[in-house]
Design a binder for this molecule. Structure first.
Ligand code: PAF
Length: 290
């Protein structure tokens, strides 16, 4: 497994592979890898001849009061896990490599509308930070396939749109959310939870599943919209009573993230949520018919 931090070396190695006609699947990460990331790597392996993973904790996507400085950085363990998975290359740029002129006057990529609500509202600048670094990484790696997890569903839609809008010849592949045995979606931020918060945390995914179940019981479309409203209100009340601070719970069209309309059927919808447990923000989502 090649571990490359330098852009020229990255381009040379990728160039050799491409000359041989080999295809490349890319998994961008911020490191601190868990089973969720490794399942994206497995999926990448089924898509292409070569698998490239990047590890970069991207400062652009953290707000001033967020956890950039404390975000877990575990490069040695990450590399050893990726080596076991037979990844071909890990790209580990430092900040100076990706932002040599600094961040102030950097060209930014902004994906309108789909970035604006839900996590976009609670974390201003987050999706532009993601879209900017992902665009740079895509330009550097020029993969045939890029694999992202369903857990970050709004991020998935943002990146799909940037790939379409900027005519990038990349096929987007979605990896399903990997969960702990009690239902909690795997995330590097789960380790911030105290023991008692960790016990409570799976109730978040249970709340999403309960909303999904309610919506699956809808017999007609009018009923569906009404049920979505009441199920969300119930979900918020239950989670709040259990000690969560709900940032949002929402049922949306799964392609546009617009609120459901009368033409939507359950298979068009996704239930998304973000909650705080103490100092930890968790996100998750479930398709209504999945
Ligand atoms: O999902 C993540 O880990 C990050 O947002 C990404 C896509 C690697 C960009 O920094």
């Amino acid at each position: 497994m090649k571990v490359i931090a330098d852009v020229e070396e990255l381009r040379t190695t990728l160039g050799h592979w491409r000359q041989r006609g080999e295809t490349i699947a890319f998994v961008p990460t911020m490191g601190n890898l868990h089973a969720g990331h490794l399942s994206l790597v497995s999926q990448a392996k089924t898509q292409a001849d070569r698998v490239v993973v990047s590890i970069f904790v991207n400062p652009l996507q953290f707000g001033p009061s967020e956890d950039f400085s404390t975000y877990p950085r575990t490069l040695d363990e990450d590399l050893s896990q990726l080596n076991k998975e037979n990844v071909d290359m890990v790209f580990t740029p430092c900040e100076k490599t990706l932002y040599p002129e600094g961040r102030e006057q950097l060209t930014r990529v902004t994906v309108p509308v789909v970035s604006s609500e839900l996590c976009g509202q609670s974390r201003p600048g987050f999706f532009s930070g993601v879209a900017t670094v992902v665009t740079k990484l895509f330009n550097l790696v020029q993969p045939n396939y890029a694999v992202f997890g369903q857990k970050d569903y709004q991020q998935w839609l943002v990146i799909c749109q940037l790939v379409r809008d900027l005519n990038m010849p990349i096929t987007m592949v979605m990896g399903t959310t990997v969960r702990e045995s009690d239902g909690l979606a795997m995330s590097s931020r789960n380790q911030y939870l105290t023991a008692s918060e960790r016990q409570l945390a799976p109730r978040f995914s249970h709340a999403l599943l309960s909303i999904k179940k309610h919506l699956n019981n809808a017999i007609n479309k009018q009923n569906l919209l009404h049920l979505a409203d009441t199920a969300i209100q119930e979900g918020i009340a239950t989670l709040t009573a259990q000690g969560f601070k709900v940032d949002y719970l929402s049922v949306r069209n799964k392609m546009t993230l617009c609120l459901p309309c009368e033409n939507d059927s359950p298979q068009d919808l996704v239930v998304l949520g973000a909650v705080w447990l103490g100092k930890t923000r968790l996100i998750d989502n479930v398709g209504v018919k999945s």
